[in-house]
Design a protein around this ligand. Structure first.
Ligand SMILES: Nc1ncnc2c1ncn2[C@@H]1O[C@H](COP(=O)(O)OP(=O)(O)OP(=O)(O)O)[C@@H](O)[C@H]1O
Ligand SMILES: [Mg+2]
Length: 403
């Protein structure tokens, strides 16, 4: 059965609408769910594992970038999501479909045509077809929209990407940036809820790349989900979320944000070493004057760094001991910030009390020895942390002098 024809001019709107983000009751909030995905390849040297048990959830409407060194498994990961290749183990659910358990190869291919837009670095437009014909191809393949209406819809898509004047041209007669725009129009031909794209700006100049990212932002504002592999930091800074893959494993996103200077292999090491902890409102995480055994990164919630008010003598001078005094909050730290580093880097006991605010806190705790070892191996991170320690100490001193 053909789906109802949707007027192209109403499908793509410049601003979010309730229509474009509306969900049916059966839809979950996840567009993509990967559970324990493993991918092995064999070659002459034997079998090797490229994806080593990947768990990933991407919500509907999210704009997510995936980065990682060459050979880390980014394209392989995308191929698992698109159904182009199949995992050796694990589960892939896309748009509420368990795509490997549910479909045969040919069913998956049809499903892909209706549910996914795919854009690669090298456009892959058919050279003998005009841009308009290229954009109509997917509609023909999955038999979507009335035959007579396909040229009109394809033209609307070319308009959307600013190529209506070139509709009758062969790909070779337009620039590489324009070819990529045409490839995006083609990917959106069947109005898929999800666009998956592998280095779409990798072959383009800065201006064309910017046009493409703006277009993606428009799609996202209409409720589409976009997953994009890139090497370009100016692209990752514009997505909602950045997922880092290192040697076939995903890095914890809190660690990547808390310590962005770390090498990926160190981030991955931390990902495996941290303990996840939950603290209740007002609970003390680091008591003042005690040894600190962990470096903490905040996943969720807020902590307060507290000094105690010094008791003042009648002449105004302060007493050396701080017991019984009133609390003084020097700073508040929230998601993706860290604490405990001062004591670990400088040695000695905690100079302030760190406690939970009004809501529970989820934190990652890294044992002291692992933190110190990696700081010794990563001078850039150690230097960046050193600067933060300096600033925090100054803030403490100012606070101390005011008390
Ligand atoms: N079909 C295949 N057969 C055998 N090995 C493969 C196959 N596809 C990928 N690999 C290997 O898997 C590893 C990951 O490849 P992948 O293409 O996913 O990396 P990538 O992160 O996309 O790299 P790049 O940034 O260079 O595109 C590489 O070592 C690659 O050689
Ligand atoms: Mg790749």
């Amino acid at each position: 059965m053909k789906p109802p024809y949707s007027n192209p001019s109403t499908t793509f709107r410049a601003s979010p609408t309730t229509d474009s983000v509306r969900k049916t009751p059966s839809e979950s909030d996840a567009m993509i769910k990967l559970n324990g995905v493993i991918k092995r390849f064999s070659n002459a040297a034997g079998e090797f594992t490229v994806l080593k048990g990947v768990d990933l959830k991407i919500k509907r409407g999210e704009f997510v970038s995936i980065v990682g060194k060459s050979g880390s498994g980014k394209s392989t990961l995308l191929n698992m999501i698109t159904g182009i290749d199949h995992p050796s183990d694990g589960q892939v659910v896309v748009n509420d479909m368990d795509i490997y358990a549910t479909f045969t190869e040919s069913q998956r291919s049809k499903w892909r045509g209706r549910n996914l837009g795919i854009v690669f670095q090298f456009f892959q437009l058919l050279p003998m077809l005009t841009l308009l014909e290229n954009v109509m191809l997917p509609m023909d393949y999955v038999d979507m929209y009335d035959f007579d209406l396909r040229p009109e819809r394809a033209m609307e898509l070319l308009k959307l990407v600013g190529l209506e004047k070139f509709a009758d041209k062969l790909p070779v007669l337009v620039s590489t940036g324009q070819q990529q725009l045409a490839a995006i129009a083609r990917a959106m031909a069947c109005d898929p809820p999800l666009l998956v794209t592998d280095e779409p700006t990798g072959n383009l100049d800065t201006r064309s790349a910017d046009t493409i990212i703006q277009l993606f932002e428009t799609f996202v504002s209409q409720g589409k989900t976009i997953v994009l592999v890139t090497h370009d930091p100016s692209v990752t800074s514009r997505t909602h979320r950045n997922v880092i893959i290192s040697d076939g494993e995903l890095i914890d996103e809190t660690i990547a944000k808390a310590l962005p200077q770390l090498r990926h292999r160190h981030m991955l090491e931390f990902t495996k070493l941290v303990e996840e902890r939950v603290y209740q409102p007002h609970e003390t995480i680091i008591p003042r004057d005690q040894h600190v055994d962990y470096f903490f990164m905040i996943r969720k919630g807020e902590v307060e760094v507290v000094l105690q008010e010094k008791k003042r003598r009648p002449d105004g001078s302060s007493l050396a001991h701080r017991v019984e005094g009133k609390d003084h909050i020097v700073s508040r730290l929230s998601e993706n910030e860290f604490f405990g580093e001062m004591e670990l880097l400088r040695g000695g006991k905690a100079i302030a009390n760190v406690r939970v605010g009004n809501k529970p806190v989820e934190a990652l705790a890294l044992p002291r020895a692992d933190f110190i070892r990696v700081m010794n191996e990563s001078p850039i991170t150690a230097e960046a942390l050193g600067k933060i320690v300096q600033k925090r100490l100054e803030a403490h001193q100012i606070a101390d002098n005011r008390r």
